[in-house]
Design a protein around this ligand. Structure first.
Ligand code: FES
Length: 157
């Protein structure tokens, strides 16, 4: 019997072994390739998605564990043709170079702002420290998250 998962508001029957990493299902079955495969070992954060509203590393989550909990990927953030404030802030700040880490950084930042809409610089650094950027764009990422926090406080989401 297939596992049913909900991704970006849509339900999908999944005929994969239950232990298959959610990351593989998102990318290979659902073609949601905005979620990146980095290390595959839970170390880099490139594969971060929201699971039940909380940021999680999808390479470390068996697809069976996603049943009954809504999954949000980078593709599901935009609403009514408008980018999520965190996406917009990353664009405005140019908070990427190669951009391989960007999806994971954005999803983790969305998770942070959902639980704390006015994080201090230290809290942003602590929350994002497990997400690796090899291009060294962390200062611009910090700027983007601060800018996004202001937008979320002013306009919601
Ligand atoms: Fe999942 Fe690196 S690919 S943490």
């Amino acid at each position: 019997m297939p596992i049913e998962i909900e991704v970006n508001g849509q339900r999908y029957p999944i005929n994969y072994p239950p232990e298959t990493p959610l990351l593989y299902v998102l990318r290979d079955e659902l073609r949601l390739t905005g979620t990146k495969y980095g290390c595959g070992e839970g170390q880099c954060g490139a594969c971060t998605v929201l699971l039940g509203g909380a940021p999680r590393r999808s390479c470390q989550i068996p697809v069976s564990a996603a049943a009954g909990k809504p999954v949000t990927t980078i593709e599901g953030l935009e609403k009514d043709g408008r980018l999520h404030p965190v996406q917009q802030a990353f664009l405005d700040a140019g908070a990427f170079q190669c951009a391989y880490c960007t999806s994971g950084m954005i999803m983790r930042s969305v998770g942070l702002l959902q639980s704390n809409s006015n994080p201090s610089q230290a809290e942003v650094v602590q929350f994002l420290q497990g997400n690796v950027c090899r291009c060294g764009t962390h200062p611009r990422i910090m700027e983007a998250v601060r800018h996004a926090a202001k937008m979320v406080q002013e306009h919601g989401r």
